[in-house]
Design a protein around this ligand. Structure first.
Ligand code: 1HN
Length: 344
């Protein structure tokens, strides 16, 4: 491959003349924006220990009242992007949010899509688009783009959840904004009870009743039972993984990020091929070793890690007796829609 000319090779008066016209020569920067063979991601394989972050999150609970925070969150920031960017990967934002008994995080809506994976505690709920969604450990609750959402807590213990948003991408697109709103009126009904029974869906006879996101809550009891059933299926010999889908479309639950529940059998080693999207692994139950590049993370319950794209990943359940359950988020829907998805 040719050595390309450097900026310093150009006479200063020529560089000044370009700059005065807002012009930039491409060739000194061409390799940086178009590296050979594969991208050079800023995303670094990084892990966050729940045991290490939990006391700091609880401290935030005493240092900062909810009124002063709106959302009391410690962001899981990837040092490869610079901590102030608040990115786990190019498109993924991660945060651990704390809500204390009696607190209320007021209603708003925004353009980035969010999901919440409940980590600990009982008694909190989030109201999304008028539907009150109770929060229990392992539940996944969607807050798709544009839908009103607020959080409340009628229980007696702190509740913590992992927020996953496509904020870095939407912000990069200069499309990120929010609108505040009044407390929502809770409507009766529950998408997870009307859309997840034996392959039956409400018939949209009157089109006006149709919602783009009819199912907002994916209870862990259902996902866990489905994984255990799938583990018995010969088709899932290699990989026991489920995709969180929108039952109305059969496609991904949200437009930009993909969400999955994975079961690792006792002693299982799962070698994942190198794929273009970056991914996030969060342990719901058990323990999982994640090997990516020259790193190895031993994740315990509630620990989280992220991995860049274009690199193979190995997941190991070191327990000989207990299965491990892992929540995964990745950038697959985005990569597929943009036509840049690849497996190597
Ligand atoms: C947000 O709206 C929530 O509603 C949590 O709980 C985290 C991070 C960035 C932007 C909006 C929430 C967020 C967020």
């Amino acid at each position: 491959m040719n050595e390309l000319g450097r900026l310093e090779d150009l006479p200063q008066d020529y560089r000044d003349a370009l700059k005065a016209q807002n012009l930039v020569p491409l060739w000194p920067s061409l390799r940086a924006v178009l590296p050979p063979g594969k991208p050079r991601p800023n995303t670094r394989a990084t892990a966050w220990s729940y045991q290490a972050l939990r006391p700091l999150l609880m401290q935030a609970g005493t240092l900062t009242p909810i009124e002063k925070a709106e959302r009391r969150v410690l962001v899981l920031a990837n040092p490869g992007h610079g901590l102030e960017k608040m990115q786990a990967s190019a498109a993924i934002y991660l945060g651990m949010q704390l809500l204390l008994p009696g607190e209320w995080a007021p209603s708003h809506r925004h353009t980035p899509n969010a999901v919440r994976m409940i980590v600990e505690g009982e008694g909190a709920y989030t109201t999304v688009d008028g539907e009150k969604c109770p929060m229990s450990r392992g539940d996944l609750i969607l807050t798709p783009t544009g839908l009103w959402h607020e959080h409340g807590h009628d229980g007696s213990e702190p509740v913590v959840w992992l927020d996953v948003l496509d904020l870095p991408l939407v912000h990069y697109m200069e499309a990120s904004y929010h609108v505040d709103g009044p407390r929502q009126t809770v409507q009766p009904g529950s998408g997870d009870r009307t859309h997840a029974r034996g392959g039956l869906l409400p018939t949209p006879v009157f089109e006006r009743a149709r919602k783009a996101y009819p199912m907002l809550r994916y209870p862990w009891v259902e996902a866990r039972a489905a994984l255990l059933a799938l583990a018995e299926d010969p088709a899932a010999l290699e990989c026991v993984q489920l995709t969180y889908t929108n039952p109305a479309t059969g496609g991904d639950a949200e437009n930009i990020l993909g969400f999955y529940a994975l079961m690792l059998r006792p002693g299982q080693t799962l070698n994942l091929p190198a794929r273009s999207p970056a991914s996030v692994f969060h342990v719901i139950e058990g323990g999982a070793q994640v090997r990516v590049e020259d790193q190895r993370f031993d994740l315990a319950e509630a620990d989280t890690c992220c991995a860049p794209g274009y690199t193979p990943i190995t997941l190991v359940n070191a327990s000989a007796t207990a299965p491990a359950f892992v929540f995964i988020a990745d950038e697959s829907p985005l990569h597929r829609k943009l036509g840049v998805y690849e497996t190597r």
